[in-house]
Design a protein around this ligand. Structure first.
Ligand SMILES: [Fe+2]
Length: 502
């Protein structure tokens, strides 16, 4: 049996019975009803209403001047269809992906958005209701799932590599889309053997253009690793078995190593087979601690393990090697509460400030066999770095930050943090602005120094019911945006973005 068939057969055996077997928790209508009831009292819910259709191109109103070297497109992906046929999804990560594009030219800024036409999007649309399972929802009477891509919603991030723009999810294939029209093309096949295998939403592109990524097949306890040439051609792919496979969303590369942080949110196959959603098939086992898996790039079959205190991590900013010690920054929370509880409550229009994620700095010493962490007070998410120093010595991390957002979820500021000194600079948009991920863009023909460039990103203005697109001098965040544009339509709050120069 070919490996692909083998893997898909095993997936079917392990997963098909579990996906769609029954709806867990409150009924779908209960989520829709709770969210509708919360709308009037909680303005922030407007960011999670979602859309039912693509959005046509619309010009923005610009204040200030877009820097001349900043022509191109800012793309953002995110879950955008949270409800269909009266059924509201139960988790923020369930909705179908929409790729938004802000086109920047000398004529101004134009926005458009288009749903990725995944197999699931088409099947659900044809039925007029969700008929396939999602990350945190098993719709009543859902169809059996023969392979991960049957439920791929392509809703998490975008990457531009090897001349292709791809919408990414973490449980299945990358989806190639047209960078100009946002039309969906096809699922990316890296090799016949790896067709349909998970390809995460957080690939890392090294300064030489090499792309590294991973994928986790939870039902089989497998971690796959991809090394892709700058041309987009697969250089190699490897799969290793990992005990107590965990929910891992992101990873890091250094000059010599790959680093995975495994929070103790562990996949339990028995729960899955009993019909729990994929999310609820995971169990919090703090006794395992936060396991750190380090793989040498040339010896991917020889894992080194380290342990840190239990915690949960979605995102890693960057990592590097400093005199043989791996230095890494990430956003850590004390537990998986955000992932397992808060993002479900969000879909019911509820928010409780139970715990926040903040910056953690790690040091992993492979020679001494030791890992350490230090916790910083800044509440942040969506860390991004200068793409020219991915996996290399670095200091600056840009992120969304929470300074004083009050009684609502999300972020109200952007931050530049020097992880070598702890110094940081913040620009606060304000409590009425829900800040999305901001992306660093190097200045073309600039000094080439780390951090010489622009920070660009979007925010939802809850009072004016409009979207803001802002451009900052990345070294002068506190001075405020050098240019800002607005658009009188509300878009669903999304996840990750990129900037692609014209
Ligand atoms: Fe992410």
């Amino acid at each position: 049996m070919e490996r692909r068939n083998f893997i898909q057969a095993l997936f079917a055996a392990a997963g098909a019975a579990s996906l769609g077997a029954r709806a867990a928790g409150p009924s779908a209508d209960a989520y829709a009803t709770a969210f509708a009831a919360s709308r009037a009292a909680h303005r922030w819910t407007m960011g999670y209403v979602g859309l039912q259709a693509d959005v046509e191109p619309m010009p923005l109103t610009l204040r200030g001047r877009i820097p001349a070297d900043l022509t191109g497109a800012f793309y953002r992906n995110g879950p955008a269809r949270h409800m269909l046929g009266g059924q509201r999804y139960h988790h923020l990560f369930d909705g179908d992906g929409m790729v938004q594009k802000y086109s920047l030219s000398e004529r101004g800024i134009v926005h458009q958005g288009r749903f990725v036409r995944t197999e699931k999007f088409l099947a659900d649309s044809a039925a007029g209701r969700p008929v396939r399972a999602a990350f945190g929802t098993n719709p009543p009477g859902a169809e059996p799932i023969p392979a991960p891509d049957a439920i791929n919603v392509a809703n998490t991030s975008v990457v531009s590599h090897g001349g292709e723009l791809m919408a990414l999810w973490e449980g299945g294939s990358a989806t190639v889309i047209d960078g100009r029209t946002l039309a969906t093309r096809e699922r990316r096949v890296w090799s016949p053997e790896y067709a349909g295998m998970p390809f995460s939403a957080h690939p890392k592109i090294e300064p030489d253009g090499t792309l590294w990524n991973f994928g986790i097949t939870s039902s089989l306890g497998l971690l796959s690793i991809y090394r892709v040439k700058p041309s987009g051609e697969l250089a190699s792919a490897t799969t290793i078995k990992v005990p107590d496979i965990a929910m891992v969303h992101d990873f890091a590369v250094t000059e010599r190593h790959l680093v995975f942080l495994l929070p103790p949110l562990v996949f339990d196959r028995a729960r899955s087979e009993a019909g729990e959603t994929f999310l609820d098939s995971h169990v919090w086992k703090p006794e395992l601690g936060m396991r750190v898996l380090v793989l040498h790039k040339d010896r991917l079959d020889a894992p080194q393990w380290f342990e840190l205190p239990a915690g949960f991590v979605f995102h890693v900013g960057n990592a590097c090697e400093d005199r043989g010690v791996i230095r890494l920054d990430c956003i850590r929370s004390p537990s998986a509460w955000n992932a397992t509880v808060a993002l479900k409550e969000l879909m019911q229009g509820r928010y409780e400030a139970h715990e926040h994620a903040s910056v953690a700095l790690l040091e992993i010493d492979p020679k001494a066999g030791r890992a350490r962490q230090s916790l910083l007070p800044q509440v942040a998410e969506f860390p991004r770095v200068d793409p020219r120093i991915v996996g290399r010595r670095y200091a600056q991390v840009f992120s969304a930050a929470r300074v004083d957002a009050g009684d609502r979820p999300g972020f109200d500021a952007v931050m530049r943090l020097d992880v070598t000194s702890g110094r940081h600079e913040v620009y606060r948009y304000g409590a009425d602005l829900m800040v999305e991920e901001h992306v660093f863009v190097p200045r073309r023909n600039g000094s080439g120094r780390e951090g010489d460039g622009w920070l660009v990103g979007t925010a939802l203005d809850l009072k004016r019911e409009q979207m803001l697109f802002s451009v900052f001098d990345a070294q002068q965040l506190a001075a405020g945006p050098v240019a800002q544009a607005s658009m009188a339509r509300v878009m669903p709050l999304g996840l990750h973005g990129i900037f692609v120069h014209a």
